[in-house]
Design a protein around this ligand. Structure first.
Ligand SMILES: [Zn+2]
Length: 395
């Protein structure tokens, strides 16, 4: 565990702070009403939060119908600190700086770059420096750095990475020593699930499926990420789809990701057309033009993905399933095809949605992880359009 340099909040303080974050602009009286804390306690906690520079007073609300004096409204001091997210892909590094409200301040993507044990500290440190002008004048500066890892992560340690050798080092510890800020590493699919629960759905039971070169899922169960033994939950790409099927690097045969990951689908399409240069865009174009073999390929992949989703729904009973994949971004009609196969008693009422957060989901999830830890609020809801609380009375 990382020793956090920030204070551990008491339960009531967490309650007041999360109420302010959730409502964007709110009076002390409304906080008191919503939390059930008395006005004196509320005022004392708010004073501490203001002294800490986490909360600011912003203007005044409407006066009450009874003619009371106008209440002063409170808001999160969202520019008092910043969160940095970095996605370490196989051949890219993307990064995002957000304020304390999870709003994107700046982002970047470096393509055709390969992280390895020899260069990862240097590359990450350079990214942290590249955002310095944004955060260095603020009270809390960088409140956390979370790295999205394409592999298995357990207890803030990278356990297994199929595409790079970062499982050979304690990356979070090394970066923490170097940068002197809290550093977290987390599985990429887990972060997309965290992003969906914080920015999109607020549902305590959901699954977010990432379909890229492999297939993985982040599972939110009872409001929390479900890790399983050794952090191995959600490795759904290795569900057996066809017994005695294609061999998989995991040691099994017939794993689903060998058939309907983005990489597998594009590679089948290239084989079909005997052209190694073809991309997912070409497949989408062929499908739109009614090309028979492209249509058959897309329909088969949709059926296979739906089998995986049905198994997930039967096993975990989510309220909603998100798909985060270039497949559904470039071939949006694939979602209807998938949906048409998901019709069992258990799964037919579960919405299957394309993630609206798209390719930013893992970075936004990394921001949620930083902010949850900084605020010490386990279920942080960062609505895109926060509700402005109607005022009740002045305090
Ligand atoms: Zn496998």
């Amino acid at each position: 565990m990382i020793i956090d340099r920030y204070k551990i909040r008491e339960q009531n303080e967490t309650l007041v702070l999360s109420t302010i974050i959730q409502h964007s602009l709110i009076s002390r009286a409304s906080i008191s009403q919503l939390t059930g804390l008395n006005k004196a306690s509320t005022s004392a906690i708010v004073k501490d939060l203001i002294d800490e520079s986490l909360v600011i007073e912003i203007g005044t609300g409407d006066s009450t119908s009874a003619g009371g004096r106008k209440p002063i409204l409170l808001s999160l001091n969202k520019a008092s600190g910043y969160s940095l997210s970095i996605d370490l892909g196989y051949d890219y590094i993307s990064s995002m700086l957000t304020n304390l409200y999870g709003e994107i301040v700046e982002q970047n993507k470096e393509r055709n770059t390969f992280v390895r044990i020899e260069n990862v500290i240097e590359k990450v440190t350079a990214i942290v420096e590249s955002y310095r002008t944004y955060y260095e004048g603020s009270t809390f500066q960088l409140v956390g750095l979370t790295l999205a890892i394409h592999g298995i992560v357990d207890e803030n340690r990278i356990v297994f990475t199929p595409y790079y050798d970062l499982d050979q080092m304690d990356l979070a510890k090394k970066l923490h020593e170097q940068l002197q800020i809290p550093v977290y590493v987390e599985n990429e699919a887990n972060l997309t699930a965290l992003a969906e629960t914080s920015f999109s759905s607020f549902k305590p039971n959901l699954v977010s499926i990432s379909i890229h070169s492999g297939i993985g899922a982040g599972i939110i169960m009872n409001g929390e990420l479900y890790y399983g033994h050794n952090g191995q939950s959600g490795e759904i790409g290795h569900m057996i789809l066809y017994p005695n099927g294609l061999t998989c690097p995991c040691g099994n045969r017939g794993c689903i990701e060998q058939y309907c990951s983005e990489k597998a689908v594009v590679s089948q399409y290239r084989q079909l057309k005997k052209n190694k240069e073809l991309s997912l865009n070409d497949l989408a174009q062929d499908y739109m033009n009614g090309d028979e073999s492209a249509t058959a390929l897309v329909e088969r992949a949709a059926l296979e993905i739906s089998i995986g989703i049905r198994n997930i729904i039967s096993g975990f009973a989510p309220e909603v399933v998100y798909i985060n994949s270039p497949l559904t971004r470039k071939l949006p009609f694939m979602l209807d095809l998938i949906d048409s196969h998901v019709s069992s008693k258990f799964s037919k009422d579960v919405p299957i949605l394309a993630s609206e957060l798209g390719s930013k989901a893992s970075l936004l999830g990394a921001a949620v992880m930083n902010l949850q830890n900084f605020f010490n609020i386990p279920n942080l809801y960062l609505s895109k359009e926060p509700e402005v609380m109607a005022e009740v009375s002045s305090l």
